[in-house]
Write a protein that binds this ligand. Structure first.
Ligand code: DAH
Length: 339
């Protein structure tokens, strides 16, 4: 029996040393010390021993039980320690590692310039009016006093969807829509996309942006137009900017003018931006033609108005020194992130 006990101890100790997880350890504990465990089984056979042997074996059995319990405890400590070390290793965080790049988007330069224009006119009390990009020929030309034989109506300039429907070639039809459904006083800007049948090159694109302006009220004069555009130029191109008006012709305004701003690159002494001119053309404007007011059921004997149309691409390119319009539409982030 003594040999049996010693071999159980030896075997148990070996197994304990090899136990690789807490579950296995628990199973070993049951296998040796449990009610039906090997050690317990042997102790049950003690009754067959002689009275001399009994205390000796009893003592040995207790010692073995004690040492098994100790062995289990130390195996448990070992396994817990190993488990913790493994977890710590797996959870290691290197705080010096570079973080994940999350690129931050930016406003497109066209949007920035549009927003600046909107801010300026909203500050003066204008409202924003919008209209459809697919527009009637009537709103785009007819009502704007552009006669049937006008070159702007040529299919070479305008995209026709049908005989009476076009992709709007300018934002001026929004004036018509607004005047048709509102009464003066009117103070609006109409920002939006416009289309022309142009081939893409450094200064042309079949789609571009305009901001139209319209003011109609009693006693509106050319002086109001000039003052407004002067303030606009200062807001967009800087405090030192001045404007000049050159006589021009638009069918929907009379008189009409093209408006230049003093070059922000050289203050009129001539540079690359103004191509040596000293001035840069930024928009078309004029006093709303009486025919246009009449068409919109506004009496030109009571009311007068001014209107202007700004090309957003041209201003954006001028402001930022961009020399090719295609850059504004290709959306190469290497280009866009500079702004
Ligand atoms: N519609 C003109 C164009 O696309 C721009 C323009 C000029 C608009 C004069 C106006 C204006 O309202 O008064 O070229």
């Amino acid at each position: 029996m003594k040999q049996q006990l010693e071999s159980i101890q030896k075997q148990a100790m070996e197994k304990l040393a090899q136990a690789s997880d807490l579950k296995e350890l628990e199973e070993l504990k049951v296998a040796y010390l449990g009610k039906k465990g090997e050690l317990t089984q042997i102790l049950k056979g003690m009754g067959t021993l002689s009275p001399q042997e009994r205390p000796i074996i009893g003592q040995l059995a207790n010692e073995i039980r004690g040492s098994l319990e100790e062995g289990i405890l130390s195996a448990k400590n070992r396994l817990t320690r190993e488990l913790r070390n493994e977890r710590l290793k797996a959870e290691v965080i290197d705080v010096t590692m570079p973080g994940k790049m999350r690129p931050v988007g930016k406003k497109h330069p066209l949007t920035t310039v549009m927003d600046e224009m909107k801010d300026f006119f909203l500050g003066l009390g204008y409202e924003i009016a919008e209209g459809p990009e697919i527009e009637l020929d009537y709103n785009s030309f007819e009502a704007l006093n552009i006669p049937k034989n006008h070159p702007a109506r040529d299919a070479q300039d305008t995209f026709y969807i049908s005989e009476n429907v076009v992709l709007r070639p300018h934002t001026s039809p929004v004036q018509i829509r607004h005047m048709m459904s509102n009464t003066p006083p009117i103070r609006i800007i109409c920002p939006g996309r416009v289309y022309r049948s142009d081939t893409v090159d450094a200064t042309h694109s079949p789609v571009f942006h305009q901001v139209e302006g319209l003011v109609v009220d009693k006693g509106v004069t050319m002086g109001d137009l000039v003052g407004t555009l002067q303030a606009f130029a200062k807001a967009i191109f800087g405090e030192n900017s001045r404007i000049r008006l050159r006589p021009h012709h638009f069918p929907f305004t009379e008189p009409s003018a093209e408006v230049d701003v003093s070059c922000w690159g050289c203050d009129c002494s001539g540079c690359r931006i103004c191509k040596g001119e000293g001035w840069v053309e930024i928009l078309g404007a004029g006093m709303v033609h009486p025919n246009v007011l009449r068409e919109c059921k506004i009496d030109p004997d009571i009311y007068s108005g001014f209107a202007f149309g700004v090309g957003v691409e041209r201003i954006t390119m001028g402001k930022y020194g961009i020399d090719d319009m295609r850059l504004l539409f290709e959306n190469d982030v290497r280009f866009l992130k500079q702004f």
